[in-house]
Design a protein around this ligand. Structure first.
Ligand SMILES: [Zn+2]
Length: 301
């Protein structure tokens, strides 16, 4: 009897641990600033473990990225409501890849103004409907995407934008094309906090298919020169400047090695296997490296 009770408790504790570990949590980084990180469920339905965040001003809340679907956006909104009941005034998309922007509809319906860089607004306007139609290609099930609609940014900029949330100054900045043409960072100068979106992947192999490597390196150099203590990556745990330097090295190493290998063979699996021997150990190696090789180095063969 006692043994059964102990076992039941253990199973319950383990189940709770698993349930907790799977979801992101709003974590306070400074007064009024929270990151939504910590998901270790990188499945498509759980936004490939994409991160998000919020900044709370006197006038309302700024939401940074909205995850992959209405369902994920709702989960995020429910967690936001645990820390603030202020109106959601703005959403900013660090870029408009599906795992960062398809939850926009949840917040747009509440009256939030959705903001992005103009290049990524153009990308979502051209590809949004297709992303929804081809959701299965990304491993998404119909129930994952139920109720998801494309909510385009209604405000876009080209270089830099200042948002005054009332007592919280937020700068949206884009130095050059990087992870996408319009990938931007959200910078809180007074708190030395940076939301880098997918310009930074920490512990995850990055998605490189839409990247501009020259601009990406320039962008990372610009971020390294900024007064920053904490960096929230697009995927992975809370990071810092060391992780930005690692990201720069990763891109340079990947490009050099993949270019060399693609000159010798068109076998994507062979190139990926060889690359993985040199690249740092990171999550999602199974398909991300091979996808990056196929999309960038073998596409014309
Ligand atoms: Zn992305």
């Amino acid at each position: 009897m006692r043994k059964t009770a102990v076992l039941t408790t253990l199973v319950l504790a383990f189940t709770l641990l698993l349930a907790q570990a799977a979801c992101a949590e709003l974590t306070k980084l400074a007064d009024n600033v929270y990151s939504y990180v910590g998901s270790n469920d990188a499945s498509p339905g759980h936004s490939f473990a994409a991160n998000a965040g919020i900044v709370i001003g006197k006038e309302g809340v700024l939401v940074i990225d909205t995850l992959i679907s209405a369902k994920e956006g709702q989960r995020f909104l429910a967690d936001i409501r645990k820390v603030t009941d202020k109106p959601i005034r703005y959403v900013v998309n660090t870029h408009t890849h599906l795992d960062h922007a398809l939850g926009n509809c949840v917040f747009a319906k509440l009256g939030a103004t959705v903001i992005s860089h103009e290049a990524d607004r153009t990308y979502l306007a051209a590809n949004g409907a297709g992303l929804l139609q081809r959701a299965a290609n990304y491993g998404l099930k119909p129930e994952d995407m139920a109720g998801t609609e494309i909510a385009l940014p209604t405000l876009a900029f080209s270089n830099e934008m200042l948002l005054d949330l009332g007592g919280e100054e937020v700068r949206l900045m884009r130095a050059a094309p990087s992870h996408t043409a319009g990938s931007l960072v959200v910078y809180l100068p007074a708190k030395k906090i940076l939301f880098a979106g997918d310009i930074l992947f920490t512990d995850f192999h990055p998605f490189l298919a839409d990247g501009d490597f020259t601009g990406w390196i320039r962008t990372i150099d610009a971020l390294l020169a900024m007064d920053v203590d904490k960096v929230v990556p697009g995927h992975g745990p809370l990071s810092g400047k060391k992780d930005l330097r690692d990201m720069k090295e990763y891109i340079q190493l990947f490009d050099k090695k993949a270019t060399e290998l693609a000159a010798q063979t068109s076998d994507a699996d062979a190139i990926s296997a060889e690359l993985l021997k040199t690249l740092p150990k990171r999550t999602m190696a199974e398909w991300m490296v091979s996808y990056n090789v196929k999309s960038r180095y073998l596409a014309k063969k």
